[in-house]
Design a protein around this ligand. Structure first.
Ligand code: SF4
Length: 555
């Protein structure tokens, strides 16, 4: 039986197609302390000369760069990274419509702006945001927490080119080419008589044969072939050189050019290097093309970022901090970093720059264990005798100084290692426990490194050191967690070092503005809030609670 509507039931008016007498402004639809207003206010306060100067002029009017930048940064705060999704949001979402002033650039325009207009200028924009945070006293350059993570490139994981394989195949090709040259020489007896056992002029000579030399030789042999058209052996050799060896040589040279000092690169994104990723969802330790992203944080704001092509953290500390110094005119007072950065070169550089280094070294935790301190065979536990410049082993023998070896880092830093050798290990009862070498025991001592480690140990074990060490996991590591896990930025969308630098710049700016929004929402004291009210021109105090709600659920 059909149920009749109760007489007391009533509904609010629903007139979907009703026109408004006075059209409402989009501004009324955006709450006062919405994140989109914060993004808009901060970008409005910036000088964007470097972006404006990138426009050549002429042609049809472009979308305003300030609007495009605001749209991109707001999109990144909303986990929208794809240009197609941004274009869709510009049509469908009120905050996007508001911040774009009703403009709806298509995805190609958004992509072009992101990858070309922001090239070389995104760092200026990022630095302006950080300067703003400095000037408002929200952050400072006192403590700098440095860490790195690997982010996957937009490249196929099977698109690898390995440096070692290239070198091996190239060497094999060189052998084959030289063998073929010899064969050609042998066939041509008259040339043999003329040049003896030397190569023909233009046949590569003694040194390595590059593609230019190979091409020259092919041309020379072609000339000879014109004079001796019936020489089948020569014809076959020229064909082999031209169609097989020369293209392979050119390919290997191109690989070497792209590789530079790296061990690998991806054919899909030539700037990406194969690296081991921590978040390996297949858990098979497979190397993937990616970039080494370094950030420095303070109070969970990103103060500096840099993108590197080498996976090792120890080689990137100096270039990263040099970037920071160039940008802000000074270095932090203290740098805190994990054991991956604890090299002699980094300690020496930080020491020269008067930066306090709360930087661990690789066996810092290990050596704190009592058990390790009691192991008598460890180099660190062998007593040193300054008078004889020797160490004494548990069997009572001297390990005398032998020689000094130099080690050169990837950045060109030269460190010295002093070698010491035991007098005679033959017949020693302790040998099994002491070392595995068939010869006498040798130890390697980096005198400077030991001094730096001693200084680092004292700093790390001091009350200030303990405080810095305890803050490190809640500084850059937490920021990476927010970016990669919460905001799902785990893979670059653009290709090449320049473009991923732009992408991460947008991620870093978006992160800082979201963090600022959170600060305004609930963590600031009254004085801080008043500063932000002045900074943003927003009635912060009146709406502290509401901003938080809208940040978490902006739609
Ligand atoms: S093996 Fe050599 S270095 Fe080791 S305890 Fe014996 S004598 Fe000393």
């Amino acid at each position: 039986m059909k149920k009749t509507l109760h007489p007391n039931v009533s509904f609010k008016a629903y007139e979907q197609h009703q026109s408004q007498l006075f059209p409402s402004s989009l501004d009324e639809w955006i709450p006062e302390n919405h994140l989109v207003r914060l993004v808009s206010s901060v970008i409005d306060k910036m000088e964007l000369d470097s972006v404006l100067n990138s426009y050549p002029g002429g042609g049809a009017p472009s979308y305003h760069p300030k609007m495009m930048l605001k749209v991109l940064i707001y999109a990144y705060t909303q986990k929208i990274y794809s240009s197609r999704q941004i274009a869709k949001a510009l049509i469908e979402q009120i905050p996007f419509r508001w911040i774009s002033g009703g403009n709806c650039p298509d995805f190609r325009t958004i992509n072009r702006y992101r990858s070309t207009r922001l090239k070389g200028t995104i760092e200026d924009v990022f630095a302006s945001v950080v300067e703003l945070l400095f000037s408002e006293g929200i952050i400072d350059l006192e403590d700098y927490f440095l860490d790195g993570t690997k982010i996957e490139a937009n490249a196929n994981k099977y698109s690898f080119v390995w440096g070692k394989a290239t070198a091996k195949f190239k060497a094999r090709l060189q052998r084959d080419v030289k063998a073929l040259f010899k064969e050609i020489d042998r066939v041509n007896e008259s040339d043999d008589e003329r040049y003896g056992d030397k190569d023909l002029p233009g046949m590569g000579g003694e040194g390595p044969i590059d593609s230019a030399k190979l091409q020259e030789t092919v041309d020379r042999l072609n000339e000879r072939l014109k004079r001796q058209p019936s020489d089948k052996g020569l014809k076959k050799a020229v064909k082999k050189l031209k169609e097989d060896y020369l293209p392979r040589q050119q390919k290997y040279e191109q690989h070497e050019d792209i590789l530079g000092e790296r061990n690998s690169y991806s054919k899909t994104d030539n700037d990406a290097t194969f690296m081991r990723m921590k978040d390996d969802h297949m858990l098979n330790g497979q190397l993937k093309p990616g970039y080494n992203v370094q950030i420095g944080t303070s109070k969970q704001f990103i103060l500096g970022y840099s993108i590197h092509q080498k996976p090792s953290d120890s080689t990137v500390l100096i270039p990263h901090l040099e970037w920071l110094k160039r940008r802000f005119g000074r270095l932090p007072e203290a740098v805190t970093a994990d054991a991956g950065y604890g090299s002699e070169e980094n300690y020496a550089w930080l020491d020269n720059q008067d930066v306090t280094a709360y930087v661990k070294y690789n066996n810092f935790h290990w050596e704190q264990k009592k058990k390790q301190a009691q192991k008598p065979f460890r180099v660190e536990n062998l007593p040193y005798d300054e008078d004889t410049d020797s160490y004494r082993c548990p069997a009572g023998q001297h390990l005398f100084y032998l020689k000094t070896e130099e080690q050169i880092s990837a950045n060109g830093y030269v460190s010295e290692r002093r070698l010491y050798e035991a007098e005679d290990c033959q017949g020693c009862d302790l040998r099994e426990q002491c070392h595995k070498s068939k010869a006498n025991r040798r130890i390697q001592v980096g005198v400077k490194l030991q001094e730096y480690r001693k200084k680092a140990r004292e700093l790390l074990l001091s009350p200030e050191g303990l405080d810095h060490r305890s803050r490190r996991p809640i500084e850059p590591e937490a920021v990476f967690g927010q970016i990669k896990a919460n905001r799902q930025f785990r893979r670059f969308l653009l290709r090449s070092l320049d473009k991923v630098t732009i992408e991460f710049g947008l991620v870093a700016i978006a992160h800082n503005l979201m963090k600022l929004g959170q600060k305004i929402r609930g963590n600031m004291d009254i004085g801080d809030s008043l500063r932000s009210e002045r900074l943003l021109g927003m009635p912060v105090l009146a709406n502290l609670g509401r901003l938080g709600a809208f940040i978490n659920n902006p739609r």
